[in-house]
Write a protein that binds this ligand. Structure first.
Ligand SMILES: Cc1cc2nc3c(=O)[nH]c(=O)nc-3n(C[C@H](O)[C@H](O)[C@H](O)COP(=O)(O)O)c2cc1C
Length: 218
């Protein structure tokens, strides 16, 4: 039976959350809540289970000041308690896919060869493609984790701002992502909304109606 209480709890939190414009810089998110938000990202489903991204947790003030400058000055980057950076693989490689094969075989107690067959087919499709195509595919997977982390933050009563408003080349440079074969995709500052000074805080949500969004094919 549908659990009405818990199914509506997430919806209530999604109504409560908003793209926070001003954080209270004095309020710090507890380590437990940060971990639960990161765990939602870790548990996100991804195409073929590749998890082709990393989540970087930035608390360093100097680095965050540089990242703010690379984000058109958006204050959430420095004023939030923690800054999560979602960064996707810049390409698929033999080694990256082999790592998934090894872990899948280990976690499921299956022979490597049984798992490798599927991933060898995947390599045949992915490795010849241009790096940009593979990056875009990886970035789409990162967005799933980003969305779940955003929802989990709301579930925990933690404010967050989903952000694409930054210069990815600059963010990559500041965090040294290229050396790790990564490219920044999105930012997620998390923290607690400021009591004053946020123009968006009390405005109603703007969303399409159900009729405009949902198409039913019966
Ligand atoms: C992928 C993505 C990128 C966004 N980039 C920014 C951003 O750079 N700065 C910002 O303040 N809000 C940003 N937003 C917030 C959206 O404007 C906001 O989510 C949308 O207007 C809906 O409002 P709500 O989140 O308050 O419900 C972004 C949202 C998403 C999903």
């Amino acid at each position: 039976m549908l659990d009405q209480a818990s199914s509506s709890a997430l919806i209530e939190k999604l109504q409560w959350r908003y793209a926070t414009k001003k954080f209270d810089a004095a309020k710090i998110v507890s380590a437990e809540k940060v971990e639960s938000i990161l765990e939602a990202a870790r548990l996100a489903p991804t195409s073929s289970g590749l998890q082709p991204f990393q989540v970087i947790v930035v608390t360093n003030k100097d680095i965050r000041a540089k990242l703010q400058a690379a984000s058109y000055g958006q204050a959430q980057v420095t004023e939030a308690s923690h800054l999560l950076v979602f960064a996707a693989w810049d390409n698929y490689t033999d080694a990256r896919i082999d790592d998934v094969v090894t872990r899948t075989a280990a976690d499921r107690g299956a022979p490597i060869e049984a798992v490798a067959e599927y991933y060898n087919n995947l390599k045949g499709m992915y490795l010849p493609r241009p790096a940009d195509v593979n990056y875009e595919h990886a970035a789409r997977q990162a967005y799933i984790a980003f969305g779940l982390a955003l929802a989990q933050a709301a579930f925990e009563g933690v404010d967050a701002t989903p952000m694409e408003g930054f210069d990815p080349a600059q963010v990559d440079e500041i965090l040294g992502l290229k050396a790790h074969g990564l490219r920044s995709v999105t930012l997620l500052p998390i923290g607690y909304r400021a009591a004053e000074g946020d123009w968006l805080k009390d405005l109603p949500k703007v969303r399409k109606s159900r009729a405009d969004l949902i198409v039913e094919v019966k």
